[in-house]
Design a protein around this ligand. Structure first.
Ligand code: FMN
Length: 328
């Protein structure tokens, strides 16, 4: 069966998993109602259940996808997916065969994000149903280390008959057409959906992304999770990073050493953690600025965005974003 039929999609457009405070039930529901795939990002398990119900209410008959960000996923998140009959789970930054088996036993379709051939091979060994090939131009945390269109053929060769979706640099219908022509089963867009009315991103964060003239790859906002990430520069990166985004060596060392502590950070504590951050003090966790936070926090928090930001000119409704990406 065609994967779009299997996932009950009208268009080959997937809204990427982003923090559940950015991509919660409102955004995922609006995308699903338009015939794309909406993905709910990480939230505490009870909030995850409410977000899943919201998508079901707003997009009856459509699939609900949940992103499990593995460094932070706990048994409660998995239980929430199983007990609410989530249709799709997207694993990122980790996973294992036992988890895939558990999800399959509940009839859940499992997608795994990968940025290298080795990660694709591992996901195939786990039993993944589909892959997301992430390119280095992507916004947010990076598994990708080469451009998405360069990685896609490598990923497809290893994935064999499994569908491979392309993530990174998707902002227009022309990008979607190019990805599909290169063999992608569909496209996954994060930054385009960050810049929608239904996103939970702070409006000043959205304005900064729209106004951006560059993005940088850094590890600056790595306290508790020292993985590479792509952001729009702000006062914090200008203070602590070189022009290529590389954080000062001792800041990097501090973040790398903090990795294990991120696992114990309380979920949903973005505001508490950000309150303590200052552009002049190099301790930056991964939280992004959200609606309701002070404007000034956009200079002390990660402004995650991909290179596609440089080609996006306005905040639009999720419905319009899906239509524009699908070319309909
Ligand atoms: C604001 C933001 C937050 C993100 N958070 C997550 C996340 O929580 N989990 C995840 O798997 N990927 C996350 N990503 C990466 C996306 O899954 C996707 O790979 C990426 O957005 C694709 O590139 P694009 O931004 O150019 O569309 C995030 C991306 C952005 C822009």
């Amino acid at each position: 069966m065609d994967v779009l039929d299997r996932l009950r999609l009208d268009v080959p457009v997937v809204q990427a998993g982003m923090s559940g405070r950015v991509a919660g039930g409102a955004l995922a529901g609006a995308v699903a109602a338009t015939g794309g795939l909406g993905t709910i990002g990480m939230l505490p398990p009870d909030h995850l259940r409410s977000a899943i119900s919201r998508v079901r209410d707003e997009a009856p008959g459509r699939s609900v996808a949940v992103n499990l960000l593995m460094p932070f996923a706990r048994r409660g998140h998995v239980r929430a997916c199983l007990e609410t009959d989530a249709d799709i789970v997207v694993l990122a930054f980790g996973g294992n065969a036992a988890l895939v088996r558990q999800l399959h036993a509940a009839g859940i379709f499992v997608m795994v994000m990968a940025g290298t051939e080795r990660q694709v091979r591992t996901a195939v060994d786990w039993g993944a149903d589909a892959l997301i090939a992430q390119g280095r131009e992507s916004g947010g945390h990076l598994m990708g280390s080469v451009a998405a269109l360069d990685f896609l053929p490598q990923a497809r060769a290893v994935a064999a008959d499994r569908p491979v979706f392309l993530a990174g640099g998707i902002a227009t219908a022309a990008d979607t057409r190019t990805a599909l022509a290169a063999g992608a089963a569909g496209v996954v867009a994060g930054t385009r959906f960050l810049l929608t009315e239904e996103s939970g991103a702070h409006r000043e964060y959205q304005r900064r992304v729209l106004a951006a003239r560059e993005t940088v790859e850094t590890t600056l906002f790595g306290l508790g999770w020292p993985a590479r990430h792509r952001v729009v520069p702000n006062a914090a990166t200008r203070r602590w990073c070189g022009s290529d985004g590389t954080a000062r060596r001792w800041v990097r060392a501090l973040n790398t050493g903090s990795g294990v502590f991120g696992r114990f950070a309380p979920e949903g504590a973005e505001a508490v953690l950000l309150r303590g951050q200052r552009p002049g003090w190099p301790l930056f966790g991964p939280a992004a600025p959200l609606v309701g936070m002070p404007d000034s926090w956009t200079d002390r928090a990660a402004l995650y965005a991909g290179e596609s930001a440089l080609r996006i000119t306005e905040v639009v409704s999720a419905k319009r974003a899906v239509a524009e990406l699908a070319g309909s």
